[in-house]
Design a protein around this ligand. Sequence first.
Ligand SMILES: *Cc1c(COP(=O)(O)O)cnc(C)c1O
Length: 361
Amino acid sequence: MIPFLELRPAYLELKPEIDAAVARVLDSGWYILGPEVEAFEAEWAAFCGADHAVGVANGLDALTLALRALDVGPGDEVIVPSNTYIATWLAVSAVGARIVPVEPDPATHNLDPGRIAEAITPATKVILPVHLYGQPVDLDPILTLARAHDIFVVEDAAQAHGAVYKGKRIGSHGDLVCWSFYPGKNLGAVGDAGAVTTNRTDLAERLQALRNYGSTQKYVNDEQGVNSRLDPIQAAVLRVKLTRLEEWTARRHAIAAIYTEGLADTGLILPHVPEWADPAWHLYVVRSPDRDELQARLTAAGIGSLIHYPIPPHMQTAYAGLGMDPDTMPLARQLASEVLSLPMGPHLSSDDARRVVEPLK
Ligand SMILES: *Cc1c(COP(=O)(O)O)cnc(C)c1O
């Protein structure tokens, strides 16, 4: 059996260090925010090449609070991909803004700058690209559009830890960059965790208040914030795992290379990596009109696979209220029926990766 992803090997590889880190927090007697969270924030900001990181409770809160920090609300429009995990859309709904979905470039699965330009209106306040599957979005044309129209760029980088765009790591290209450290992400906690990185000191300070009841000083509340603080135990575990992120990303690259070489002549549509992109390889996603049959073959061979994502947000019952016809986003709909994610993770062996390829030939 080759599972899609196993989380336990990462813990076992680092068990003495992780156990010590958790014990350090327990021993410290400091259980909310404090030095462990601040240390992780500094280390994560440095890794991303950003001036600031603000730890929050999860990736969805990172997105929601990022929009709140930019005062996005009712009457504002936010451009999002039509093919993303539903969290991207939920953050926009949570602040009461209007979701404006834009179809992807089918080659990269990422937002198509040409289509973004057509979707901009005087009400557009934010463009929210998602580095889907860990493939960096082509940010330069998006940043140029945003500057020309005086709108913000908030990146959903929940799948892009360590991804590089034109020589610079994702983390500070847009105004705010949102991270999830959900256990299955490339940098994963042992529970929920998230962060926002930015070069803007004013926005970092606003986020520090928003995540902590809108307070910058104990019992003084400047605005109606929420409780979405990064847990110090999660921060301590993340600090240990961060020391391995580069090595683990290199392993993901090696597995992707095995897949790309092994699947070259199968007729499957393989991930397209532009020359300026250095992906984080959160997922290795192939496309085929015979996706269900391929997945059945993998299952029969004892190989796990997943679909990211089987139902696009505009076709979810949660968004029935938008009254969108399924065919208004034909690419999102088609991709949902054709994509298949192969096993991927830093602890998948090269031999197992070669075994994954066999039933797909
Ligand atoms: C995982 C993920 C999120 C949400 O992260 P949580 O920590 O689970 O809230 C948001 N966007 C994308 C693209 C994701 O993959």
